[in-house]
Design a binder for this molecule. Sequence first.
Ligand SMILES: Cc1ncc(COP(=O)(O)O)c(C=O)c1O
Length: 403
Amino acid sequence: MVKQIPVSKRASQIEYAIRDVVVPATALEAEGHEIIKLNIGDPIAYPGLPTPSHMVEAFQAALGRGENGYSPSYGLPALRSAIAEDEISKGWACNPEDVYVCHGVTEALQIIFAATLEGGNKVLAPGPHYPPYMAYPQMYGASTIEYRLDAGDGWKVDFDDIEKKMDDNVRLLVMINPNNPTGNVASADEIDKLLSIAKKWPNCMIIADEIYDGLDFTGTQVSIASRSFEVPVLVLNGVSKVYYAPGWRIGYLAIHDPTSKMNDVRDGIERILRSRLCASTPAQMGYIAGLEGDRSWMKIHTSKVMKQRELCLQRISEIEGLEVQSPGGAFYMFVRLTDEKWANDDKKFVLDLLHEEHVLAVHGSGFSSELGRGHFRIVYLPNIDTLNIAFDRIDSFLTRHRQ
Ligand SMILES: Cc1ncc(COP(=O)(O)O)c(C=O)c1O
């Protein structure tokens, strides 16, 4: 065998469970099997939830006008203003200069970590959590520590656990609200509690990942920045979920710095942004149309997603071997496996289910080896007929393996 050129340790350690399970699924597809995919939070992967046409037309029109050049590094001024207006409507004094347009929240995260973390620093993130929160900080010599979400109480934040884990090295305290993968929505009181803990640590900033904020079925979701009068908050959002355009790769970070202590961090963020040139120009034009146009279409999309959510809750309640805490937002369910065999090996459950029933979910331990164990995540974006077929297959799989 040819001796291989060494890969960096930081790259070889990266895992992204949501896409890692796609590898065996693709192999099965190559053999001619049709897979029901409940693994990826991409609304466009499922029929019936399209990107709104006025956004697509604005994107296309920008291409037609030849707007194919680089944009300013921090984003098109018109988009920064439209985003600032939107954040103001969520309750805090956001200026267009506080907004930085990125290639999705994912790029924003990489930039934030690069601008704030040194060796030995920590990111305190919910467990279970969206995998990049674990994968990226280690690239900067930092580490991610999980705080516990309570599996027995709707996946609510365990504030005692946060208090125990806070120290001077925690630079970033993450809240994903609504949460992926659990769907929990934190209340205003809970956000206030989080801020009161962070306030005690002068070098700590909050990451407010609000990419699912328009998919809140409780009516209680509030902007974290809108509640913070002292603690700095890095607000994250974009087109991927609420605007149903994840392939456009457009999102933003907005800095809420009520006591003006983020000047150096802001300078670092701006330097990184300039060095990576800019986000896609025509996609930014499409986002402007989404923010400035009529949003009544959102209600129609949301009501479809909610019906699918109801169906999943109903089916799960009827299947022996499954339990779920009803999600308040986003489009995921984090389902508990109650059969001991699977509770002890959720990855085997997912892989065996895939091979035997051609249904693809994501193992809970991929979202946290400790706090996600014994669970699997499904996406309730497929239509009702597809979801029913998937649950019929999950039910027969569980029954068969119990005999
Ligand atoms: C919590 C969370 N943040 C960020 C992202 C990715 O956002 P973007 O597509 O803007 O990079 C996802 C995607 O699933 C997510 O679940």
